[in-house]
Every structure is written in C-alpha cells, then in structure tokens.
Design a protein around this ligand. Structure first.
Ligand SMILES: [Zn+2]
Length: 401
C-alpha cells in the first residue's frame, strides 16, 4: 500500500510538468529531455524522484543602488518608494527568490514560482545595509549584494567589511561586481588589457571569497557593459551567471552570460512598472493601450533624456514589452541620420545600433517602430551628447549598475 501511494505521488508532478511543457512551452527552446510518461515513471519509481521543474516560469531581476531621500541622480531611490515596490511584488503575487534558487532552477535542480523576482543591490553603498536591508527584512525577501571591492571600507557612503559580515551571517547573498568598477571593455590607460581584466574578474572573486569565506557564483558587469572576451573570462573564472542592466523577462534558457536586470531608481518609475508586467508573456494580445504603455516604458540605452559623454554611443532597446514583434519589421531612426542599420535579435528581443561616426554634441531623437500582430507600433525617446558630463568613471553612467 505504502509503495502504491508513493508511486502516485511520483507520477503527479511529472504529469503536471508534462502538461506545462506541451501547452505553454511550445515556443521556447526547451533543451530538457522529454518528461517520462506516467506509465514509465511508475515502472521505474525510485525513492529520489527528480523535482517537477516549472520550465515555463519567468524571472525578473531588479538592480538597485542607493536608498536616500531627495535622489539627485539615476542611482538613488526614495526609501518609501522602494518599500511600496516591495509591497507591490507581494500584492501582485510575484515571488521574491534568492540568487542561489534562481541558479538552481536554471540547472534544473529546483522549481520556482511562475512569476519570480530576484533583488540585487549594486556597488556596496551603506544605505543597502542601513535602509534597504530593514525593509527587505519586513517582507522576508532574500537579496543579493553585488560588491566592487575597492569601494568597501573607504568611508563616505561605502559599506564596511563588518557590515558585509553581518549580512553574510544573516544569509544575505554577496556576489562580485569587479575590483575597480571600470568599464570592462577597455583597460585603464597604460595597463595591459588581459592582465588587468583577469584581476578584475578573478581577483574580485578571490578577495570576496577570502575576506568573507563565501562562494561567489554571480557577476555583474559595471555599467552593464561587456564584450566576448569579458564574458568568456568570467565563465572561465567560475561564475554561473553574468548580469547586465537591460531589463527583460527571463526564461530558463536565457543566456547565462548576459542576464538582464531592470535598473530601478526614482527618476524612471516606468522601469519598475514594466518589469512587473508579466502580462505579455502569456501569448495574450495585450491590446492597443497596454502595448503603447509598454513601448513608452521600454528600457533603452541611453535612457530617455539622458546626457552622455560618448560621441559614438550604442543605442539599445528591449522590445520584450511590446509582445510578439515581427522580426523583419523592426526599424530604428535617429534624428539627423534617418534610418540606421540596427540589428534586432528575436531571441533576446534587443535591438541595437552602434554609431560608426562621431555625433556632434546636441540632442538626438530615436524613433523605433515595429509590427506586432500586423499593427505598427512606434516609440521615441531622446538623449543628449554632451562631452562635458563626467565620463563613465566612478558613478557617472546613468545606466548605473
Ligand atoms: Zn555598479
């Protein structure tokens, strides 16, 4: 009798997993082996069944920086606003899961709720300890601190090693955000790129592991910028997940070497709204109104009304919020340039264009259009090239991270 009940328990989750796979997963690239049939499972019942993994779950990852009243840059969020967002996750039925659970799910070892979120806090500001942590405790949410080691214990707004030890002891996840927080695509002047990069990627992991006695498994690119050399080296260093700041809803097969995060701060409240909108992933037409709102809230680089020092910027936008975009219909226009040969990747839903000539300092408008279910949608935003704004040194980039 006992054995019979046991077999039944085994079969149920497999059946559930099988259903999900056939119904909602058809369009995802699912490399998992087909679940065993009910009869097969019964015949080979063992005491340690594989867990039923919800391979159609979707995950959003948030990236925060500082928590303070009167934010004056795109790295800060008002504490009350942060608390309201944490409450909204709860009210909307979005489960906050820890980094380790997120990675275990991607490895097929553990299931997660259908709508899940991971909370990360970048750089190592003390307000992560003094302001964000108490709020996150109220909700009993796990979270991750991405630390760049040069900024620990340097006074001002920086966190201390003692504070990080306390967080570690309480179960807060701590991961690497390099040593110096430089753009990893270029070495500082006079330094050998490979040597320098190795230290930023391997060295930061080592410092955090040695100082805190932990295992580092995740890495966040400063400013979200990276290249193939950076990604390959980080994977070689043993990181299981590399994070950018181009927000997107992620599935189990999203490439682990450039996982998207939504950078949330007080100046762009639409980013959070877009992130928590899971509605477009059900294959349901969001309707004209919802689609337009989504495009208005699109995550772009540079962000709307951002001032950037670079005269050869890469323009990027994430079209995930628009729904099912017809790949060949995506067009990007830039004021003064007209149609530009932007590339669209249907897999990541990112459209990007890198200027091959220098832009003169002024304000540019980007107009992006695409067809969704036969209907043309358009969104626009502007940015200003201004070489006098601080370069992407310490905390200047509006993309933050
Ligand atoms: Zn950062």
């Amino acid at each position: 009798m006992l054995r019979r009940i046991f077999s039944l328990i085994l079969v149920l989750p497999l059946l559930v997993a099988g259903c999900k796979k056939s119904s909602t997963l058809a369009k995802l690239e699912d490399k998992a082996p087909a679940p065993a049939s009910a009869s097969g499972a019964q015949a080979t019942a063992t005491p340690t069944p594989p867990p039923a993994i919800d391979r159609s779950a979707k995950v959003i990852v948030f990236c925060y920086h500082r928590f303070e009243d009167n934010p004056r840059d795109t790295l800060a969020i008002v504490p009350a606003e942060f608390r309201a967002q944490m409450k909204q996750l709860k009210d909307d039925g979005i489960a906050v899961i820890g980094m380790k659970d997120f990675l275990a799910w991607r490895r097929g070892e553990k299931s997660i709720p259908a709508k899940s979120a991971v909370i990360t806090i970048d750089d190592g500001y003390s307000s992560g300890y003094t302001v964000a942590w108490p709020i996150l405790k109220e909700f009993n949410y796990p979270f991750t601190m991405f630390i760049y080691t040069n900024y620990v214990n340097v006074g001002g707004k920086s966190i201390t090693w003692a504070q990080l030890e306390q967080m570690r002891d309480a179960g807060v996840d701590i991961e690497s955000h390099t040593i110096s927080h430089h753009d990893l695509r270029h070495a500082p002047r006079g330094q050998d790129y490979a040597t320098w990069l190795h230290n930023e990627i391997f060295g930061s992991k080592d410092i955090l592991e040695q100082k805190l006695g932990i295992n580092i498994v995740a890495f966040a690119f400063p400013y979200g910028t990276h290249n193939e050399v950076v990604r390959k080296m980080a994977i070689a260093a043993g990181y299981q997940a590399l994070f950018t700041v181009y927000g997107q809803h992620m599935g189990i097969n999203s490439p682990g070497d450039q996982l998207g995060r939504y950078a949330v701060e007080s100046m762009h409240p639409d980013v959070f709204k877009m992130a928590v909108n899971f509605g477009n992933n059900d294959g349901v037409d969001p309707g004209v109104e919802a689609a337009q709102l989504a495009s208005a809230a699109m995550v772009t680089q540079p962000m709307n009304e951002e001032k950037i020092p670079s005269t050869r910027p890469v323009i990027k936008a994430n079209l995930a919020s628009m729904g099912e975009v017809e790949p060949n219909s995506v067009e990007m226009r830039v004021s003064g340039y007209g149609l530009v040969p932007a590339k669209y990747d249907p897999k990541t839903k990112l459209v990007s264009y890198e200027f091959t000539q220098n832009l003169v300092p002024k304000t540019y408008t980007v107009i992006l259009s695409a067809k969704v279910k036969g209907r043309k949608m358009e969104t626009r935003w502007n940015f200003t090239v201004d070489p006098t704004v601080p370069a992407a040194g310490k905390q200047a980039a509006a993309q933050g991270a």
